[in-house]
Design a protein around this ligand. Sequence first.
Ligand code: PLP
Length: 364
Amino acid sequence: MSHADRILMGPGPGNPYPEVIEAFGRPVLGHLDPDFIALLDETNDRLRQVFRTDNPLTFPVSATGSAGMEATFVNVLGPGDTVVVGVNGAFGERMCDVAARCGAEVVRVEAPWGAAINPQALLEAHPNPKVIAIVHAETSTGVRNDIEPLGVDKGDALLLVDCVTSLGGIPLEIDGWGVDLAYSGTQKCLGVPPGLSPVTVSQAAIDRFVDRSQSWYLDFAMIANYVTGGGARAYHHTAPISMIYGLHAGLGVLLEEGLENSQARHQACGDQLQDGLVKRGFELFAQEGHRLPELTSVVVPEDRLPDGLDEAGVRRRLLDEFGIEIGGGLGPVAGQVWRIGCMGHTARPRNVTMLLGALDEILG
Ligand SMILES: *Cc1c(COP(=O)(O)O)cnc(C)c1O
């Protein structure tokens, strides 16, 4: 089956919108060309609309979502600073690793994989942290962590949120919830291939930047002039022109559909998939009430695997015979769960119908 026919229902990337692929073919401009600067400004305006923020410092970091994580941490955390991190999956773990490499003291607040973090536990974990960090949509487990209560009671702490799999897919209010630093990725619910990490930073966070970020490339203070500097832009690094065309186009599709309509489409597909799986006797993995529509985690039905086929074999048959990709489990749940994405352009009822039919065919 041709690669063009693939339905990407893994934990990401989802399928890109056709308009995005078209945008990659546009002539490349120089990164200081006034026409490109105008397009970058418009991209950042679109990002502000999608993040639901007025933060002037809102732009795509020139690398994938993990670079947004690293950038947000390294600009506000250095040796001697304390960060409280919610850990209920692989990406909360990654935050701890990044924070420790900044030299920060890391206070972990854990919940089992598949469960949500208790916001109160996060707020009470340390009397005076510089940063409270949490993943909004834990792609490794399919769990949504609550953000809003953290903004209400964060006190002097900066609230740092991983929005890689939530932006565009589920409700998110950067300003309304008091989020100070957030990063996302292009390849999850935004319908753009991987390659950029949209970030947004509040004035309160800018006021508390470390003096000299340990990363040269990701130093927001140095990048700020190029991404938000008004008329005269200073070179920091060459903007990835074609990726920004793609993001600009993807955000255009999203805003034309309407942010709420896009979220409703993700929710409808997640509901259709999760209802379909439950009807077939499958057990959903994520805690009820905290299930993400854009990433469904389901316990591998060991007793229903065909003779001679393990869970990876089922996923391989989905790919080879139906052109559908789904994801396996990570870390402690490797081999025990499947992770099924309905993200961006992939979040369509017909894709869900096709996957459920294919599972019926393979599992009988
Ligand atoms: C995918 C993902 C990341 C990492 O993004 P990359 O683009 O793979 O670097 C970080 N956090 C979450 C929650 C993710 O789903």
